[in-house]
Design a protein around this ligand. Structure first.
Ligand SMILES: *Cc1c(COP(=O)(O)O)cnc(C)c1O
Length: 360
């Protein structure tokens, strides 16, 4: 109807058609206000109700306990690489499980502000692997332990999280937040850029246990202080209003689809279809170790770089986009976030079969 491509982009990424249609419906005149959400004061009654509703819906969908604050912050996930050490190190040590390039960037950033320690370096295994508990030793004491739950670029994902006991566990969940239920109480802080699995760019959601707020160092920029953001309910300055509105629509969409259990089921089904196909094929090769595979970013290779390029070119002709792997990792990658349908994953697999047949 709209002549849309099947978009496997890693982020910003495809949105559900229903959500796009709702945005279009609201665009010229949001529910009788005579203006779009983009044109509203962030302190207007209408916008404040959108804002509160977004927060409430996210809390409900993700089962976020009352002793956690939800903050909506500009600057994307990358800004949190700095904000986390600046708010949580508090003169102590931050331990990093470096399983991919975003975790590595976060670690490198923390080194600028204090005592950051690499607890596990996955680069030796080309970031194909998520370590099990025998491959690193958790500290007895620390300001926090940091991990990236899903390695967007290389396609690996933590299946179970380390038990850090009293040490706050901090997780970058940018590319797998809301893909499955998680026990928030196991974490000190979770954050995610919205543009992968829950909306559009310009916004990071930070879910932080309230007792961890207020420990920032004296050099922490005002806008990066979680206490300032919490005190002003993320409105110390103008928040990314439209991105927050879209996040609200996405959270409602997930709820309508049956919540996080239903999302997990659907995501597992999509990932299984693709991985099962890769596993029986002698043409394609999956990148990640089997037990470390991501449910969100399926990374794979054809037998050669030339065939990878040909695959990308022909997939575009077949109505699919963004299957080229990240520039750092090479190969091919299909990002199959919440909004990707099972039917569209099947279209990709049919294309892969045909390509294999023609090029094997
Ligand atoms: C995309 C991504 C980032 C960077 O997000 P920005 O919003 O562009 O700063 C960080 N971490 C992970 C896991 C990501 O997937």
């Amino acid at each position: 109807m709209y002549n849309r491509v099947i978009n496997f982009a890693a982020g910003p990424s495809t949105l559900p058609l229903e959500v796009l249609e709702e945005i279009r419906e609201d665009l010229m005149n949001y529910k009788g206000t005579g203006m779009s959400v983009m044109e509203m004061s962030h302190r207007s009654k209408t916008y404040l109700s959108i804002f509160d509703d977004t927060k409430k819906t996210l809390r409900r969908v993700m089962s976020i306990p009352d002793d956690y604050e939800i903050l909506f912050i500009q600057g994307g996930a990358t800004e949190q690489f700095s904000a986390i050490p600046l708010n949580l190190l508090a003169g102590g040590k931050g331990y990093y499980l470096v399983t991919g390039s975003f975790a590595n960037k976060a670690y490198k950033e923390a080194l600028r502000y204090g005592d950051a320690i690499c607890l596990y370096d996955g680069s030796a295994k080309s970031y194909r692997h998520i370590p099990n508990e025998n491959e690193y030793v958790l500290p007895k004491e620390a300001s926090y332990v940091y991990l990236c739950s899903n390695n967007t670029i290389y396609g690996t994902e933590w299946q179970t999280y380390p038990d850090t006991k009293d040490i706050p566990l901090v997780a970058d969940m940018s590319s797998d937040i809301m893909s499955r239920p998680i026990d928030i109480s196991k974490f000190g802080l979770i954050y995610a850029g919205a543009q992968k699995n829950m909306g559009i760019a310009g916004l990071a959601a930070v879910i932080i246990r309230k007792d961890l707020i207020g420990k920032h160092s004296s050099i922490t920029p005002t806008l990066m202080q979680y206490s300032i953001q919490a005190k002003g309910d993320s409105m110390y300055n103008t928040p990314p209003t439209f991105s927050i509105y879209v996040l609200g629509l996405m959270a409602k969409w997930v709820e309508k689809m049956g919540g996080l259990e239903a999302m997990q089921k659907r995501n597992e089904e999509k990932a299984k279809l693709l991985y099962d196909y890769l596993d029986q094929s002698s043409f394609y090769e999956g990148r990640a170790d089997r037990e470390s595979r991501s449910m969100m970013n399926v990374s794979f290779f054809t037998p050669s770089k030339e065939l990878d390029d040909k695959f990308v070119k022909e997939s575009i002709e077949a109505g699919m986009s963004n299957l080229k792997g990240h520039r750092e990792a090479g190969g091919l990658r299909a990002s199959i976030y919440n909004a990707m349908t099972i039917d569209n994953v099947k279209v990709l697999i049919e294309f892969m079969k045909k390509f294999e047949k023609e090029n094997a």
